[in-house]
Design a protein. Sequence first.
Length: 348
Amino acid sequence: MRIGILTGGGDCPGLNAVIRGIVIRANKENYDVFGFTDGWRGVLENKGENLTKERVEDIHREGGTILGTSRTNPFKEKEGLERIKETLKERKIDVLVAIGGDDTLGVANKLYREGIKTIGIPKTIDNDLSSTDYTFGFDTAINIAVEAIDRLHTTAKSHHRVLVVEIMGRHAGWITLEAGIGGGAHIILIPEVPFNLEEVCQILLERKKKGKNYSIVAVAEGAKAAKGSKFLTREVTKEEKTDAFGNIILGGIAKVLEKEISKRTGIETRSVILGHLQRGGRPSAFDRFLATRFGIKAVEMLKEGKIGQMASLRGTEITSVPLEEAVGKTKQVPVSLYQETAEILQGE
């Protein structure tokens, strides 16, 4: 048996732990593992390396991915499907394990429908993939954001400023909500709950009246103003172009809020965009453990004939679900969860 693996989409802590888990578990079954470089691009271009136990030794402690990654969409490439089939035939790959988020696994699902044996492993720091309680990388991202917010409290307090912290989250505010609560942000803005800028400014002014001379605003990059707002009618984008999967490239809402809050309240305001800092560095213990379990599960799924499925965390158990179900919709923060946490603590 020969397994092909790839890591696609954005990098995140824990990818190497998955790779290691697959290789070690496969080795015990005398399966060979071939790693394609740079996501789907490596499959299209037939580039990669054989992965041995020696190659993956200790890599679970490191962030990023030894295989590299990209946002390549093979179905947007000329003769993409045919090229993938040729590569898998030439490399004698029996099953392809795709490690990625909605876009990467969406491709894996399409390939499965085309008769290619695929298995998925959920990866996204946004934790917005359906059919799994958690994705690896999410815990590390939260901890990085919390540490950043902790540090910003001291400088905001020293200068009597409002600091607006922009956190990753295109359509789902999981990182912003949990990091905002953990870091003690005074206002938390997420994509699932459109905000009213006048209300935000009023809360900041009320804090100042109470003698609280600084505030932290945590905002997800995909946060939106409420309908009817003249100040912001859509998500803030870095540029108008989209990636290979049609996703707009978001970023900059903190800068917009910095300007508007300063103008409307008279309070000195600054912004900080955490950006790729949230993706970098070593994975947390939780992410190393979860990612390793996912990697081991992928090989067990292969043995059990569970093709066209994705490894999934349900409670404390690793199970599997159809890829079709996993990529069906975005898992967003329930409004009720936001109301019982962020809204209760707002302004405090």
